[in-house]
Design a protein around this ligand. Structure first.
Ligand code: ZN
Ligand code: MN
Length: 458
């Protein structure tokens, strides 16, 4: 699998142009260098090199001391230079790996290159206006290319691998890796083999897949297509294929070029790049804890379920919030549940100190869960301290049985029908009675109230 990732940088790979935003006017973030004018000189973006090295280190790659850029020559209307600056025989890193569940996927290389522009065909829908336009805002945007060895064995593994890469890239801050924005594009190479043999058949490459769903579907369909071709006596030809989301099928785009066709040669306008080992080591030292390691630690340190640990470890901000709130005194299990159930869905972020306060207010029984949700939402939007909100709004929880007994008695007296239904076996009548208890006294501890109700209903 080849994955192209846009590292987080302010400027392009070899010029000072801004990366810009998706809706920017066409050809507004361009200069002589990324427009491919003759006689201009590219300059290497240090931030892109740093992001690429961090990614390679997080994937346990070897970092060589000497690396260089090369020209990959081909003609295409969205590539005004007539070549892409990429890396050929001396990439920035080699021989890494990442573990996906039980499967170790070897990483062949992670190298740096530049993106191309974009063609817009106006005649696709309107038959009358057959015009094509080119937008070069993306030309020269840095890309890291992450190439794996052929170790993935199924569509599921391929998707899990892409998801794991996204998590890793976000954790180390190398890329935002938003697939919808084209910041992470997957190109799976697919071949099949007869069961019981080791020889892989001829491979096809699927181009520019930009969602995890499409990646999974495209591989499933391409495998089925190759099986059908072979079983009907045909041969699979090496080619690049596209994936049509609307038709749910792959289709031939062009026969695959061989590396020799590109006539790679060293980029004469850039000096070879010497990677100072001291710099590389300092990048390694400052890598944060990686998602796989953090998931295992969350399980062993807090006794957390593996799925919850995986959920938190995949999101550095949430995992940090969880650990900081526990350090501030909140119970680990309840904090994990609160972060996953209340903070994550709408990203209602509060500080770790406030989160710990909210969790402790619930676990001590001082306020109800419903009240805590309101406190949380208000604290997240106003920044007010939870204790302040509780006292301003007069929130409290009454757990005293005799006080709740009065409310429960009154509710039962007012709803003889529901009481009868419950006693006749319609257990769902309990929730109607509980709703009335809550409406009559929002501070009543719901656990005490429902226990009491059940007991009185017999
Ligand atoms: Zn430029
Ligand atoms: Mn590439």
């Amino acid at each position: 699998m080849e994955v192209h990732v846009q590292p987080t940088t302010r400027s392009k790979m070899f010029c000072g142009c801004a990366i810009g935003e998706l809706g920017d006017p066409p050809n507004s973030n361009v200069c002589e260098i990324c427009l491919g004018m003759p006689g201009v000189l590219p300059v290497i973006n240090k931030a892109a090199v740093e992001a690429c090295l961090k990614t390679a280190l997080a994937l346990s790659c070897e970092i060589p001391r000497h690396t260089k850029f090369d020209r990959k020559n081909y003609m295409y209307p969205d590539l005004p230079k007539g070549y892409q600056i990429s890396q050929y025989d001396l990439p920035m890193s080699r021989n890494g790996f990442i573990d996906i569940g039980e499967r170790r996927v070897r990483i062949r290389r992670v190298h740096l290159e530049e993106d191309t522009g974009k063609l817009i065909h106006a005649g696709d829908k309107l038959q009358s206006a057959k015009e094509s336009f080119v937008d070069l805002n993306r030309a020269g945007v840095p890309l890291m290319e992450i190439v794996s060895e052929p170790d993935l064995r199924s569509a599921d593994e391929a998707r899990d691998y892409a998801v794991a890469l996204r998590t890793l890239l976000r954790t180390i801050g190398a890329s935002e890796a938003e697939m919808e924005k084209g910041q992470l594009r997957a190109e799976p190479n697919i071949s099949i083999r007869r069961s019981g043999t080791d020889d892989l058949g001829v491979k096809t490459e699927l181009k520019n897949i930009n969602s995890f769903r499409a990646l999974h579907h495209a591989i499933v369909h391409e495998v089925a297509r190759q099986v059908e071709v072979l079983e009907s006596g045909g041969t699979v030809v090496q080619e690049t294929r596209g994936w049509s989301e609307t038709e749910q099928r792959t289709f031939s785009q062009r026969s695959k070029e061989l590396a020799e066709d590109y006539r790679y040669f060293p980029e004469p306008d850039l000096p070879p790049l010497e990677l100072d080992p001291t710099w590389v080591e300092s990048l390694r030292r400052f890598l944060p804890e990686l998602p796989g390691a953090r998931r295992s630690r969350l399980v062993s340190q807090y006794g957390m379920a593996v799925t919850n640990a995986g959920f938190l470890a995949a999101d550095r901000e949430l995992a940090d919030l969880f650990e900081d709130a526990v350090a501030a005194g909140a119970d680990a299990r309840q904090t994990a549940n609160w972060v996953i159930g209340e903070v994550a869905p709408e990203r209602k972020l509060v500080s770790a100190k406030y989160l710990a306060e909210i969790v402790m207010l619930v676990s001590s029984g001082s306020i109800t869960r419903d009240q805590a949700q309101e406190v949380h939402a208000e604290s997240a939007s106003t920044g007010k301290a939870p204790s302040q909100i509780v006292s301003d709004r007069g929130f409290a929880q009454v757990s005293d049985e005799s006080a709740i007994r009065e409310v429960v008695d009154a509710v039962m007296a007012a709803n003889p029908r529901a009481v009868e239904d419950y006693r006749a076996g319609k257990k769902q009548a309990l929730s109607a009675l509980m709703a009335d208890v809550k409406a009559k006294d929002p501070q009543a501890n719901p656990k005490v109230a429902s226990d009491l109700l059940r007991q009185l209903l017999g």
